[in-house]
Design a protein around this ligand. Structure first.
Ligand SMILES: Nc1ncnc2c1ncn2[C@@H]1O[C@H](COP(=O)(O)OP(=O)(O)OP(=O)(O)O)[C@@H](O)[C@H]1O
Ligand SMILES: [Mg+2]
Length: 265
């Protein structure tokens, strides 16, 4: 009799404890959830909660970057490592129009959905595939983790929730800049030769500088495979954009030589 009462009491206490813990957890989450709910539609939230429920993601925390068409959040992966969670908005009407040119002629994605939402999913899937190809070719990129619908999860480039700066955001000594240029060429060459990929939007805004300095290349949404009608133009444009930036910072680099190095080593 006594033991049964103890049991009941213990179970009641446990239930109370769990309820309190859940309450605290929900309170902590609610602020972020509210902001997520303001920005994303039900299906995006569902996909996000699925990633959380299946343990692929442990937590989604503050926003790192809020663009017009995507948001990037700081998160924690199932294994406890820090992640970046990039989520495309499914509400911009120009999205498809501006991006069609990159998606056509991609042998990996033959059918292009007319439906707006499905097009955004394809866009995210393509970006993730590009990131995986670059990563497997040994290019210095955030490690890809998982992609669901309009959500991409990858390694967080930073420490303790503080992201590493973009190339454009930091001042560097001229010998550091030269090192950075060298690493950029090396990575672009790996991308070209080993992954048959051109980044497509290479600039000081899509290069992250970690400690060392170590160069990371991000944002593979506009990348195209070699043979794509835009590949050569985009390669040249990327090198020119970076060369202009380096020149502004006092380091002059040779565009033609760079393109030659990227293509042939
Ligand atoms: N893996 C990552 N680790 C840390 N920060 C990241 C990561 N990926 C992206 N970011 C941050 O989020 C920003 C936007 O990411 P990204 O360049 O991929 O998207 P975008 O489409 O160019 O968005 P926007 O239009 O806002 O520039 C980056 O400039 C960087 O500050
Ligand atoms: Mg970018």
């Amino acid at each position: 009799m006594g033991r049964e009462v103890d049991d009941v009491e213990r179970r009641l206490r446990l239930r109370e404890f769990r309820k309190e813990r859940m309450q605290r957890y929900l309170e902590k989450r609610s602020e972020l959830d509210e902001s997520l709910e303001e920005v994303f539609d039900q299906r995006t939230l569902l996909a996000l909660y699925e990633l959380l429920n299946t343990g692929r993601l442990r937590e989604v925390m503050g926003v790192i970057s809020a663009g017009k068409e995507s948001r990037v959040y700081h998160g924690v992966a199932g294994d406890g490592s820090e992640t970046a969670v990039k989520i495309y908005l499914t509400s911009s009407a120009e999205f498809r129009r501006n991006r069609l040119q990159y998606v056509v002629d991609d042998p990996r994605f033959k059918s292009i959905p007319r439906d707006f939402r499905k097009f955004v999913y394809l866009w995210a899937k393509r970006e993730f595939a590009n990131l995986v190809d670059a990563y497997n070719a040994g290019v210095s990129v955030p490690k890809p983790i998982v992609q669901r619908e309009n959500i991409l999860v990858m390694q967080f480039l930073g420490e303790n929730g503080v992201r590493y700066p973009l190339l454009v955001e930091e001042e560097f000594e001229s010998d550091e800049l030269k090192m950075i240029w060298g690493q950029l060429l090396e990575n672009a060459a790996k991308m070209y030769k080993r992954a048959a990929l051109v980044h497509g939007d290479l600039s000081e805004y899509n290069v992250v500088i970690g400690r060392g300095p170590v160069v990371y290349i991000i944002d593979f949404a506009q990348a195209v495979k070699l043979g794509h009608p835009l590949a050569e133009t985009l390669l040249l444009r990327g090198v020119e954009t970076l060369a202009r930036f380096f020149k502004k910072r006092g380091v002059s680099v040779d565009v033609e030589e760079a393109v030659r190095v990227i293509k042939s080593g």
